[in-house]
Design a protein around this ligand. Structure first.
Ligand code: CTP
Ligand code: MG
Length: 400
């Protein structure tokens, strides 16, 4: 995927998603991280939380050597780095992930995340990163403990009540200064630790807490899977967006339309590659999340967008949606022109849009109509396109 660097000097942030466990306590035929949650596997959801986050430079998955084929299937059409193999314990998997980042030239910061938490809101990632940007060497999301806590050695008889004041539940992603956490993992004596902040605490590093989120819950047992399915069924709302665009014909012998180059007796005039179909679609996506329009994100006054492939604009809009935990249900583009004929290119256009957006082809529709030689399109002065898109967004999006 093309990541847009909005500013120079952006820190290099890697995300490591550890997924090398066996996922046995969750039951089921497949390891839990490869089981389907709605339209995607749990692992893909966890990876996408970072892959589509605008601040994250690169996401690396750590997987079990036996799961290569499952991983390839789960991440089909997602352009991410090859996974690295994990180890016997979670800590080994994290260390191997950190070594893979080091082998790629290192990073300023690293986010370490359990694949078993598939619904991390972008706002949680932002809060962890903000703590790092403000100087923290280690930061993690936490939630208060609300239940009364009991200690029981055998689970049948209570020994005592444990005071819950000052106790917090730790979540992931946990964020660190990359060089420091790499060093701590390399030097670690191998005793069990269930998270990475524990290594920093042990070394006397100040570990900073930020507000976590119930949606970042960890899937461990079959009951947690039921909770995940329940969340998918009730935690989302449907939103719609529409877009419209026009470009005038210009001299040329080919034009870009819905991501495909078509030979024609005219080109299209425009600052970018003038792909009127992708522009309408980009506006539809931005409309669905109420985030301005293509001109506000990619001002025509900026030289860097001259001749730019419109796939970049579309991918950026999709990243904004996905960074809010959203996904595309379906989209529908109508191209309005007298010529060229769209029919012969329709399948290629659908395939290309599906590829740009990393979604299934059957979620994409491309249609075309003439205007019976009426109006500017009918007179052959240019091409218009309109698009509609339906998206699913987590319910509380408006709060963030
Ligand atoms: N993990 C890992 N390498 C290991 C063990 C665990 O990368 N050797 C990862 C898991 O894939 C998971 C996270 O660490 O994303 C937290 O571990 P857990 O929830 O215990 O997952 P599993 O070990 O896979 O599950 P189980 O213990 O039920 O078998
Ligand atoms: Mg485990």
């Amino acid at each position: 995927m093309i990541k847009l660097r909005m500013t120079e000097n952006q820190p290099i942030i890697f995300a490591i998603v550890v997924a090398a466990g066996r996922g046995e306590r969750a039951g089921g035929d497949l390891p839990k991280q490869y089981r389907q949650l709605g339209t995607k596997t749990m692992l893909r959801r966890s990876i996408e939380s970072f892959h589509y986050h605008p601040s994250v430079s690169e996401t690396i998955a750590v997987i079990h050597p036996d799961h290569e084929a499952l991983f390839a299937e789960a991440t089909a059409s997602l352009s991410i780095a090859d996974p690295v193999h994990g180890g016997d314990a979670r800590q080994d998997s994290v260390r191997l992930g950190l070594e893979a980042v080091a082998a790629r030239g290192g990073a300023d910061y690293v986010l370490i995340h359990d694949a078993a938490r598939p619904f991390v809101p972008g706002a949680v990632v932002d809060r962890v990163l903000d703590a790092l940007f403000q100087g923290a060497k280690a930061a993690l999301p936490v939630l208060p403990v609300v239940d009364t806590l009991k200690r029981s050695d055998d689970g049948t008889r209570v020994e005592e009540t444990v005071a819950r004041a000052g106790l917090w539940r730790a979540q992931t992603p946990q964020g660190f200064d990359f060089g420091q956490i790499l060093g701590l993992h390399r030097d670690w004596d191998g005793t069990a630790a269930t998270d990475d902040a524990a290594l920093a605490e042990e070394a006397g590093v100040d570990v900073i807490t930020v507000v976590g989120d119930e949606r970042a819950f960890k899937v461990t047992t079959p009951e947690d899977f039921a909770r995940a399915h329940q969340y998918l069924a009730t935690g989302y709302e449907t939103r719609v967006g529409s877009g419209f665009d026009v470009h005038r014909f210009a001299d040329g012998d080919s034009l870009m339309l819905c991501g495909i180059e078509i030979m024609h007796e005219h080109g299209l005039e425009g600052h970018s590659d003038a792909d009127v179909g992708l522009h309408a679609l980009t506006d539809a996506l931005l409309g669905a999340i109420g985030d301005g329009d293509i001109g506000s994100h990619f001002p025509p006054s900026e030289l860097r967008w001259r001749g730019a492939p419109s796939a970049i604009f579309l991918q950026h809009a999709a990243s904004l949606l996905r960074n809010r935990g959203g996904e595309i249900s379906n989209l529908d583009v109508t191209v309005i022109c007298q010529a060229p004929k769209i029919g012969p290119h329709r399948d290629a256009m659908r395939a290309r849009i599906a590829e740009i957006l990393s979604i299934e082809r059957d979620r994409v529709s491309v249609k075309a109509t003439t205007t019976e030689r009426l109006g500017f399109t009918g007179r052959g002065e240019g091409i218009a396109a309109q698009a509609s898109v339906l998206v699913r967004l987590p319910n509380e999006m408006g709060d963030e």
